[in-house]
Write a protein that binds this ligand. Structure first.
Ligand code: UDP
Ligand code: MG
Length: 136
């Protein structure tokens, strides 16, 4: 995957509250092209694998439960400078600190149920996209 791609998920709270359309709209309005898109339910095992990097963190068990509590939407997005620009578009992890105009400011409910995931590096974007969509 080239450096102009990133990986995202719309998390269970946002799917449950009918915000798939609103969030995808903000992504497209932000200049991102949707390359891959799939709605699916993660098992606790798969959610645990996805967040394995956080396995030692105190929030890990709750995070795995939350991420497997309902369907998510996984997507690969394309734009110049995708990883950094998408982190700007989603805003801070904690919605209380997310800037105005960001997806998390608008849709996140808490630091855990924060509406969306965004990859933090080109390397992880590739790994995360492959986790859901396989090598392309
Ligand atoms: N998270 C949490 N409590 C925390 C920090 C993070 O529940 O104190 C959850 C939250 O859903 C977050 C995810 O774990 O999006 C991954 O954490 P990370 O620090 O990678 O934040 P992100 O990259 O998603 O902004
Ligand atoms: Mg992260």
């Amino acid at each position: 995957m080239a450096t102009n791609r990133t990986f995202t998920m719309i998390k269970p709270d946002a799917v449950q509250e009918n915000h798939i359309g609103g969030i995808l709209h903000m992504m497209e309005e932000g200049g991102f092209r949707i390359v891959e898109l799939q709605k699916l339910l993660l098992t606790p095992e798969r959610a645990g694998q996805f967040y394995a990097v956080h396995a030692e963190r105190p929030f890990y068990n709750d995070l795995v439960k939350y991420m497997s509590s309902g369907p998510i939407v996984a997507a690969v997005l394309e734009k110049d400078n995708a990883v950094a620009d998408f982190r700007t578009l989603i805003g801070a992890t904690n919605p209380a600190q997310a800037a105005e105009g960001t997806i998390r400011k608008k849709y996140a409910k808490s630091i855990e149920a924060n509406a969306v995931h965004g990859s933090d590096s080109d390397e992880n974007a590739q790994i995360e996209a492959d986790f859901f969509f396989g090598s392309k």
